[in-house]
Ligand binder design. Structure first.
Ligand SMILES: [Zn+2]
Length: 847
């Protein structure tokens, strides 16, 4: 949503004669093509004269600024990149020229990039009005001000794009989606946001401004100085954050106009908080509603809810095939020097740009396409826009090299399951004690441990999932070991050469000093690494092999060339599972693990190991498509862990664990549906909610499905997913389709209830003994009281003439009657036993 773009051109040498610039400037100012053509070699003069008339004079450009050019000399040919900013009365256009020189003249000119319609927007302008009432309307939101002062921008009336409003305003946000209303409700106590506000900053396309912005009885005024000052302060604070482009070469921020499909509203000094509303049909989910103070998204959805469930068919322009990474790491200052070479394949014709993500704290020294430097822009979120010199045809390869370095600030340590949550104000006393203890221990820690993985954005990735092979070369100081994806092909001195031949979705490195233990008997190399301060290591090769064998029997052979398990001391339990290795946390002495929905290790010692090994298939071979599909890696890994527990620990332990998990699900289910993905618990910092819903509830839902369809059908379906979607991503909807095909069963209602809904079954069961024609029957009436109609298996147990009977109902309607014939009379009827279904169950005996 934030649109600040910074255009960077690397300046090397500028030897271009100043007279060339002067001539260009004069030619534009005076509107003289003859003068302009002077800067070109003779045979280009005619065509450039024409160009000038068409593109400068006719379009009304009266001024030009030329930025410091970039020049390079290759085999005697001098090539350069020139940025020029053309200005008419109201509009600016940025052009990037690639030029070739012949002596002092330009012999070739190619316009590589044109960014038209850039504006110099300013608020306050001369147009300031007082109005009796001001209102604006957008999808699912409206704002009304009484007695308002309106600060307009300086653009001509039919081009106005920004306003700042001051007065007594009321902001009303009423999401049209049920789940989003629920999100508002659990965080703000009411399903709509209705709050008084003082200030509003709005960006519209000029057309929308005329359409949706109403101003009643405006009169020109001179506002009080303090209001005027505040308006200009608000403008400088918010204006550059969206629909703007920063041009460091010209020391300028210019504004783009929102398209008619985009609206941005920033509320300021509101009673309930300060919010950003963004509407854009250019995004997969049209509406974003964000709490700016907390920097958190409250709502993200499309008003047409069904759209979300169908895959947004954004065609991918590139396919990343391979990365060569060279990393020189110094643990002393944690400085990373990286050279990355990317091989990408164009998936469409005529492609001349590329988006990459890279951590913002790096300084980029150069980006080159083959051997010539390219232009790029960076935004404040780590998005890198690259403008290529060449246009690529479908199937053509691009080789891109990046040279960058820096320190990644903050403790960006990615863990999968994090069992400790951030301290809540109430618990802060206890937490602080633990924290002190931890920092004391941390201070005493002699062993550095560095992990750079997915969230650190330490190497370039595209904005969509790619699966690529890689060579990772890591240079570290004496005594350090560097571990990465794939095979260690060789080690020269302190340089480690890793090669990943199986496609992966991101790369990870671990650097530290370890004791290592090798299992020489296994098929693939299995190794344990233990940080040196850990003391006597707890190594269990046999267990790892049992787990690998178990999952191979379910999902097919282990997909990578090695499996390393790296144990570190940490302040939280948990693990992380990049392709071909696993990082496992063991708690620092003195810390006590907290009860958490993501931790089953009190019953199953190797729980984290099992869950993380499952990720080698689920998450690494097939992953979830968007943030809404995070249950694909997490839920299926957790479900796989359930199967392991049931097979190796038996029913008693298994059902005990399910019972405990159900307690968490019952407690946390209302925080959001599984399909809310990473947003579950996000707004309120409730990581227990995230674990309970995304890990446990989705795993349990799959387990219920297994009880309905049979283990074989479900495992077959998952195997098919691994086969058909290997090295790519899948959505919840597509998973459903695969299982539907395998089972021949419509699962629409099952998925609606369990995956796309945050409520749980509320069930009443009425039972009685009945004698019909001399035969005894147990009659059960099952009534679902809640709004949603769920599908679930329901185990029941009763005594028939003192003999225990177990049956399983398949509940699928609001109200159903089940009938069982009896020997004698039914008594001691128990429902949901063993407990496998979350929700509320009440049993009534009828007479
Ligand atoms: Zn996980």
């Amino acid at each position: 949503m934030k649109r600040i773009l910074i255009l960077i051109i690397l300046t090397y040498s500028s030897l271009l004669s100043q007279s060339l610039f002067e001539d260009l400037k004069k030619a534009v100012e005076l509107g003289k093509p003859e003068l302009y053509s002077q800067i070109f070699v003779d045979n280009k003069k005619e065509i450039e004269t024409e160009w000038f008339e068409e593109n400068i004079i006719k379009r009304g450009f009266k001024k030009v600024e030329v930025a410091e050019p970039y020049f390079s000399s290759n085999e005697g040919v001098k090539k350069g990149i020139l940025q020029i900013l053309l200005k008419s009365e109201i509009e600016n256009e940025l052009q990037i020229w690639e030029i070739q020189m012949e002596g002092e003249k330009i012999s070739e000119k190619k316009i590589v990039k044109r960014v038209p319609e850039l504006y110099e927007v300013q608020i306050p302008s001369k147009r300031i009005e007082r109005a009796k009432e001001v209102s604006l309307l957008a999808r699912d939101i409206d704002v009304v001000f009484k007695n308002a002062i309106v600060f307009w921008d300086n653009l001509p009336i039919n081009r106005n794009t920004a306003v700042i409003i001051y007065g007594d305003g009321i902001l009303h946000f009423y999401p049209s989606s049920r789940e989003e209303r629920h999100q508002v409700s659990i965080n703000f106590g009411s399903s709509e946001i209705l709050t008084p506000i003082k200030w509003l900053y709005v960006r519209f396309s000029p057309l929308n401004l005329q359409k949706y912005f109403k101003i009643v009885e405006p009169i020109k005024i001179n506002p009080p100085q303090e209001i005027y000052d505040k308006a200009s302060e608000i403008f400088s604070q918010f204006s550059s954050l969206s629909f703007s482009i920063e041009l460091p070469a010209f020391k300028k921020i210019l504004f783009t106009l929102p398209s008619p499909q985009e609206i941005l509203i920033e509320s300021i000094e509101g009673k309930l908080g300060e919010f950003t509303y963004n509407f854009s049909t250019l995004l997969e989910e049209n509406i974003t509603f964000m709490d700016r103070k907390r920097e958190k998204i409250l709502c993200l959805y499309s008003p047409d809810e069904e759209k979300i469930r169908i895959k947004f068919s954004s065609t991918s322009l590139w396919n990343l095939l391979h990365e060569d990474i060279y990393l020189d790491f110094n643990p002393g200052d944690e400085f990373l020097n990286i050279k990355a070479k990317l091989l990408l394949e164009s998936k469409e014709d005529d492609i001349d740009s590329l988006f990459l993500r890279l951590n913002n704290s790096f300084e980029i020294k150069s980006i080159t396409e083959k051997n010539s430097p390219v232009l790029f822009m960076r935004d404040n979120q780590g998005l890198l826009s690259i403008f290529l010199a060449k246009r690529y045809k479908k199937g053509e390869m691009l080789e891109l090299s990046l040279d960058y370095s820096g320190k990644i600030y903050g403790e960006i340590e990615l863990v999968d399951i994090q069992t400790e949550k951030k301290p809540s104000p109430r618990k802060i006393g206890r937490e602080r004690k633990l924290q002190d203890r931890f920092s004391m221990l941390k201070g005493n820690r002699k062993e550095p441990f560095y992990l750079y993985s997915y969230t650190s954005l330490w190497h370039p990735l595209r904005t969509e999932w790619d699966f690529f092979t890689a060579n990772i070369t890591i240079k570290v100081p004496n005594g350090f070991t560097a571990i990465s994806n794939g095979n260690l092909v060789r080690k020269e001195g302190n340089t480690f050469f890793w090669e990943e031949r199986v496609p992966v979705k991101y790369l990870s490195v671990v650097i530290g000093r370890f004791y290592s233990y090798t299992d020489f008997e296994s098929k693939i190399p299995i190794k344990f690494f233990v940080t040196m301060e850990s003391g006597y290591p707890d190594i269990d090769f046999k267990r790892v092999k049992i787990i690998l064998k178990f999952f191979s029997s379910l999902y097919g052979e282990y997909p990578y060339e090695k499996l390393y398990v790296i144990k570190r001391k940490w302040n939280t339990l948990g693990g992380h599972s990049p392709a071909s290795f696993i990082i496992l946390n063991t708690l620092i002495k003195g810390l006590i693990p907290k009860s958490s929905p993501g931790d089953l290790s009190s019953d199953v010692r190797e729980y984290f190991l099992v869950h993380e090994i499952a990720h080698q298939w689920w998450g690494n071979i097939v992953t979830g498509r968007s943030y809404r599909d995070v249950c694909i890696p997490e839920g299926i890994s957790q479900f796989s862990t359930f199967l392991y527990i049931k097979d190796f620990y038996g029913d008693r332990v298994f059902y005990d664990i399910i019972k405990r998990i159900i307690t968490w699900i019952n407690k946390k289910s209302t925080t959001g549906s599984i399909s809310l993905g990473t947003r579950v618990g996000h707004f309120s910092d409730d990581s227990d909610a995230f674990l309970a819903v995304i890990y446990d509830k989705s795993a349990l839902a799959l387990y219920l499905l297994q009880r309905i369809l049979g283990r074989e059908v479900l495992i077959d379906s998952l195997r098919e997913v691994l086969d058909k979607y290997s090295y790519s991503d899948i959505s919840i909807g597509e998973l459903r389709k695969v299982i539907e095909r395998k089972s021949g069963t419509d699962l629409g209602k099952f998925f609606s209830g369990w995956f796309y809904n945050y409520t749980l079954p509320e069930v009443e069961i009425y039972w009685k003994n009945e004698n019909l024609n001399g035969k005894n029957y147990l009659i059960l009436k099952v009534v679902q009281k809640g709004e949603t109609e769920f599908v679930f298996p329901l185990p029941i147990q009763w005594k028939d003439n003192q003999i225990m009977r177990n049956e399983e109902l398949l509940v699928s309607k609001k109200e159903e009657v089940f009938k069982f014939s009896l020997e004698g009379k039914a008594s001691s009827l128990k429902v949901n036993k063993p407990k496998i279904v979350p929700g509320k169950f009440r049993v009534f005996k009828e007479r």
